[in-house]
Design a protein. Structure first.
Length: 425
């Protein structure tokens, strides 16, 4: 057993306390988390065959600074872990190297002859020669030990004054593999289409799906339409036996409730949310599938604001509101998001458990669901990437974004609750 200094023990305890909050309870209950807290256990893991596929998180509490050869370590662990297993690591900042040297001379911390302190940029250089990339950085505490209420106070202050993060002793991040098996490009995707009063778009949605280049099923959730939407979906099911189409009856409680009903019925490995207004081309889902099946990200978030929207596609006030919330969500999560309200998203179907947990724990009532999905993905370490798409004017039916003041308040409240979770708790 490694002889740890007092400060090192305190830090590793604090580190594990932080991390356990950022791993979903569902993963903990399913024993999907493996904690490696000493060199002997790490050596045992690296020397045996591949780990059980059920392990989704490997948490290494040993700081990477003390590793003899980081690139060699990542090469060895790559052979042991499944393609979807994330590693959660920590390392001490190069800024604090002189302080640790002094502490070691005073006998407060241990001295490692070949220890290496590095910045985020230098860590990226290490990763360039490996099969791992950074999925997400966690807001790290400024001081590496828990001191009653002071630690939380320092944490909150540093979140309001982000420049203080520069002085943080430690960095914590999720890592995931860059290259994954080609088998993931053959898995089925469930296309979740919530719809309410969209009778004129149903046939086109089904016909447009025939251009898709991956295995899929269509799941329509009729959210108590007042027109013939439900009957027309039944007709399309009869007329297109070669396409796997299912119809789910919604509760009339809004888009996100309908989406979740559809995901619960999904049989695809991936789920894609696609709005029935067809303001985004169905063909673009090929890009979403390629991005997620090749491991580019865990949440592929459509962005309508990188390209210029087509004339009449988005009202000016809506456009400004989208920009405002994009900046706000980026600030809260520390993940660059350029469009928070695009209805087109793709993720692994089982991630709905994380989305539900975040919503439940934070008492969020997100009518559209976009914010909750973005916040939950970031909080639980999923890599979020924006995929630029063209946004077109709705040709048939009426927009559901008609109570703008009411929806604005709902979105603002959702962001406030997420802010408390990310920046204060």
């Amino acid at each position: 057993m490694e002889n740890l200094s007092f400060l090192r023990k305190k830090w590793e305890d604090y580190f594990l306390e932080i991390i356990k909050k950022r791993v979903s309870q569902d993963s903990i209950n399913k024993d999907e988390m493996l904690i490696i807290s000493d060199q002997k256990k790490l050596d045992q893991i690296l020397s045996r065959g591949r780990l059980d596929k059920k392990i989704k998180y490997v948490i290494i509490s040993l700081p990477l600074n003390n590793f003899e050869n980081l690139v060699h370590f990542f090469k060895k662990i790559d052979k042991v872990l499944d393609d979807e297993t994330k590693i959660i690591i920590n390392y001490f900042s190069s800024l604090w190297r002189p302080i640790f040297f002094i502490l070691s001379k005073l006998g407060i911390t241990n001295y490692f002859r070949n220890e290496c302190y590095f910045s985020k940029n230098i860590f990226e250089i290490f990763l360039q020669s490996t099969n791992y990339k950074i999925s997400h950085y966690i807001d790290e505490p400024i001081i590496p030990i828990k001191i009653l209420a002071f630690s939380k106070i320092f944490y909150i202050i540093s979140n309001f004054l982000p420049f203080l993060k520069f002085f943080s002793v430690t960095k914590i991040c999720y890592l995931q593999k860059k290259n994954i098996s080609i088998e993931y490009t053959k898995k089925k995707s469930s296309i979740i289409i919530p719809c309410k009063d969209e009778e004129n778009n149903i046939k086109k949605l089904v016909q447009d799906s025939k251009i898709l280049e991956f295995p899929y099923e269509l799941i329509f959730i009729d959210d108590k339409s007042s027109d013939n939407t439900y009957k027309l979906i039944e007709t399309e099911i009869k007329n297109n036996p070669e396409i796997e189409i299912r119809l789910v009856s919604g509760e009339g409680l809004g888009k996100y409730k309908a989406v979740k009903l559809g995901i619960r019925k999904a049989t695809g490995y991936y789920s894609m949310i696609f709005d029935a207004d067809i303001t985004v081309a169905m063909e673009d889902l090929n890009l979403f599938y390629k991005a997620i099946s090749e491991g580019r990200g865990n949440l592929i978030n459509g962005s309508r604001l990188i390209y210029k929207p087509y004339a009449g596609a988005m009202r000016k006030l809506n456009y400004l509101g989208n920009l405002f919330f994009a900046y706000l969500v980026t600030y809260i999560t520390n993940v660059r998001v350029t469009d928070t309200l695009c209805g087109t998203k793709c993720f692994k179907t089982t991630e709905i458990e994380k989305f539900d947990e975040f919503e439940r724990k934070n008492k969020i009532y997100d009518l559209w669901g976009d914010f909750n999905i973005l916040f939950a993905s970031s909080y639980f370490g999923l890599k979020t990437i924006d995929l630029p798409i063209r946004y077109r004017k709705r040709e048939e039916g009426k927009t559901k974004m008609n109570k703008r003041y009411f929806f604005f308040k709902n979105m603002l409240l959702t962001c406030f609750k997420a802010f408390l979770r990310f920046k204060c708790f």
